[in-house]
Write a protein that binds this ligand. Sequence first.
Ligand SMILES: Nc1ncnc2c1ncn2[C@@H]1O[C@H](COP(=O)(O)OP(=O)(O)O)[C@@H](O)[C@H]1O
Ligand code: SF4
Ligand SMILES: [Mg+2]
Length: 331
Amino acid sequence: MQPLLSIENLKTVFSTTRGDIRAVDGVSLSLDAGETLGVVGESGCGKTMLALSIMRLIPANGQIAAGRILFDGLDLLSLPEEDMREKRGSDIAMIFQEPMTSLNPVLRIGDQIAEAIRLHQNVPSKEALARSVGLLDEVGIPQPERRVKDYPHQLSGGMRQRVMIAMAMSCHPRLLLADEPTTALDVTIQAQILNLISNLKEKNNMAVILITHDLGVVAEAAQKVAVMYAGKTVETSDVENLFANPLHPYTRGLIESRPSGCSSGMTTDSDTRLKTIRGTVPSLYELPSGCRFSERCDLVETVCRQAEPELVEIEKGHFAACFVAERAVKR
Ligand SMILES: Nc1ncnc2c1ncn2[C@@H]1O[C@H](COP(=O)(O)OP(=O)(O)O)[C@@H](O)[C@H]1O
Ligand code: SF4
Ligand SMILES: [Mg+2]
């Protein structure tokens, strides 16, 4: 069976006054209906540009330079813009960290959801408004008949994110791209929103790409995970394996720098000090030669500075791009 989404060797580049950079540099991944893939990595590693590439909505100075994005077998990159517009919102929807940037402050939320419905479906406005009440109910907004008349500023951050999710769900997408949907919310609300996304995914057999800088979010809500570093995927796995046996030193660093008590079952001794990954993410304008993580890696060897490791399958279904991890299995 072919996956719902299959990305092959995707490269998204930007032209800037300082030169060209590759924000997404050869990413491959796949996802089935009903699955959540967590995409994790520090800020600036290309997560948002990966999602915007799937939507074909990258900023004007960028272009998708190589690769394929197969959705249900159809290459999105070869679609005419008009057909792509149809896919957006109907088959593929996206939500963002800050709902306020996507909501119109001067329109009632019911009208905004109704508008989203009418963009893709030929229904009278009265019916669209009635459906938006149903959608608000579905995403857990109490008293939806009253709430449809609210303006965005009358809602809390968590409620606004629910409205965005309602809007995204209005045309029954088969793929939801959620870019740091809970980053701006406090922990309790974060858990509720993740729960909501998981429930909607189950109910609608939807695929979800959940972008986050927080491995705790991945542990909570994803089945598969792709770890990104400086535009590349450095490790992919199912979630359990990633936490049980992280292969890439960057992934290990991310796990060790998390507070204990994570729901994956990871524990740390109470007297174990949290580690941080030394150094910072390299600038895409000045990448080190060889492995992009080499300047921060405790295991770095001469070969790491000479060649760039490829993503290879180290154990079944578990891929990493690291010479040392690769050698450990060959032995
Ligand atoms: N319009 C643009 N022009 C040039 N570089 C950009 C542009 N948009 C994003 N980038 C760069 O692309 C890289 C990846 O960005 P992004 O995908 O937003 O990272 P993340 O979401 O992981 O924090 C960053 O180095 C960022 O500075
Ligand atoms: S290839 Fe070398 S530098 Fe890169 S992560 Fe592996 S050990 Fe570290
Ligand atoms: Mg981002």
